[in-house]
Design a protein around this ligand. Structure first.
Ligand code: ATP
Ligand code: MG
Length: 135
């Protein structure tokens, strides 16, 4: 069994969101996540790649298996877009500056085990999410 995996994928087009979902699904399945967790992880990746596409125009998604006592999957989403003005506000369900429902970020936090947002106005945004195989 292949216990190590990593990769990266540029997010430039709407189709890249589809490709990102596919890569994340494969990585999560190969690590041994069950169907429910695979769906959670893929949904989170979908929300964060869509945010990159919509708000920053382009960016990159990286994924890697992690092993700290416990095996897990870490996904990092990085863009050099406008940044998030108020991260606390952006995490509130229903908060949107666009045409969305404002559920992408709070939904992602609920679906994953860990989530960290780093953002600087005018510089960009980096979001790291993790899911552990066993908790
Ligand atoms: N990568 C990003 N760069 C800049 N701003 C972002 C980024 N991701 C999120 N935001 C900001 O955070 C807000 C909340 O994001 P969230 O994904 O929760 O909701 P949404 O994208 O507006 O709607 P939904 O995801 O429900 O369709 C966005 O409206 C936007 O202002
Ligand atoms: Mg969103």
């Amino acid at each position: 069994m292949n216990m190590l995996c990593h990769g990266e994928m540029p997010i430039d087009t709407e189709n890249d969101i589809v490709m990102a979902r596919k890569s994340v699904r494969e990585a999560a399945v190969s690590l041994g996540f069950g169907v429910t967790d695979v769906t959670r992880i893929v949904t989170a990746a979908s929300e964060l790649t869509r945010n990159i596409y919509v708000y920053a125009g382009s960016g990159i998604m990286r994924w890697q298996s992690i092993n700290e006592n416990n095996l897990g999957l870490e996904l990092v989403f990085e863009d050099h877009g406008p940044g998030i003005t108020d991260i606390t506000l952006a995490m509130e369900p229903g908060y949107t500056t666009g045409k969305g429902l404002g559920m992408g970020l709070p939904g992602t936090k609920r679906l994953m085990d860990e989530m960290e947002i780093m953002s600087e106005i005018g510089k960009g945004t980096t979001i790291c999410i993790r899911k552990w195989l066993r908790r």
